[in-house]
Design a protein around this ligand. Structure first.
Ligand SMILES: Nc1ncnc2c1ncn2[C@@H]1O[C@H](COP(=O)(O)OP(=O)(O)OP(=O)(O)O)[C@@H](O)[C@H]1O
Length: 239
């Protein structure tokens, strides 16, 4: 599945390119954080990798294979939960896996404990708070032992303590051997979590660098402008 090589990726609905010649290479380790202005296609990139949308051009090579080997999970900004119990939300997601019912129950109990939701296992998932819903969505993805975990703004609209809980889970997933590729608008979070930063603007990766180097001094003019709070993209939008 790794290295993941993306070459010349294009997504251009109605001939209006959003991603246009995007190149990126990712190793199978660590947490990579995608930063960039609103509407540049960060979520789109995750959805294209997850196979939820077809690209209009370019190639994605999964360590020599045309498709990921199946061990890929994605957690959305607004997690979609089943109208069932917290426990069943996780257990149900494991049904396609080659696991006995007893193993599924064991794994479900384990991940719910690890995200601090074991005491809510019998509650309906719809009764959970925003932070709890996000932790449940992460537990569901984690239970599948993904090799690649895609996270779209996993803590948008969460308070600091819920954010901290989600960040702790993300680190644990990484420690267990999953590659994490995530988007965020929270620069503090990117500083805390990222091993490397992918800066996306104008349809392409403008910069891909170790997080320490990126935050010390971004090299690309676009990333420098973004980090200094300049908004050239908005000016273009207003015209
Ligand atoms: N399936 C689709 N078909 C057509 N256009 C789409 C599709 N999905 C997203 N877009 C458009 O692509 C652009 C980029 O959207 P995307 O959600 O990826 O941006 P983003 O960088 O994640 O933004 P934000 O930071 O605001 O979340 C938007 O203009 C959006 O309307």
């Amino acid at each position: 599945m790794f290295p993941l090589r993306i070459a010349g990726l294009r997504f251009a609905p109605e001939a209006r390119p959003i991603l246009d010649g995007l190149d990126l290479e990712l190793s199978g380790e660590g947490i990579s954080v995608i930063l960039g202005p609103n509407g540049t296609g960060k979520t789109l990139l995750l959805r294209l990798l997850a196979g939820l949308l077809p690209a209009d051009g370019g190639a994605i090579d999964w360590g020599g294979a045309a498709q990921p080997d199946g061990r890929l999970a994605m957690v959305f900004q607004q997690p979609m939960l089943l109208r069932m119990t917290v426990f069943t939300n996780v257990e149900f997601a494991l049904r396609p896996q080659a696991m006995s019912a007893a193993e599924r129950r064991r794994r479900t109990t384990e991940v719910l404990e690890r995200v601090g939701l074991a005491h809510r296992a019998r509650d309906c998932a719809r009764l959970l708070s925003g932070g709890e819903r996000q932790r449940l969505a992460l537990a569901r993805a984690w239970a599948m032992r993904p090799r690649l975990l895609l996270l779209d703004e996993p803590t948008a609209s969460l308070d600091p303590s819920a954010t901290e809980a989600v960040e702790r889970i993300i680190r644990e997933v990484r420690t267990e051997g999953a590659k994490v590729l995530m988007t965020t608008h929270n620069l503090g979070q990117a500083t805390r979590l990222a091993d490397d930063i992918i800066f996306l603007a104008d349809g392409r990766v403008q910069e891909h660098a170790p997080a320490s180097r990126f935050f010390a001094r971004p090299q690309s003019p676009a990333a420098r402008a973004f980090m200094q709070g300049e908004l050239p993209w908005r000016i273009a939008f207003d015209r």
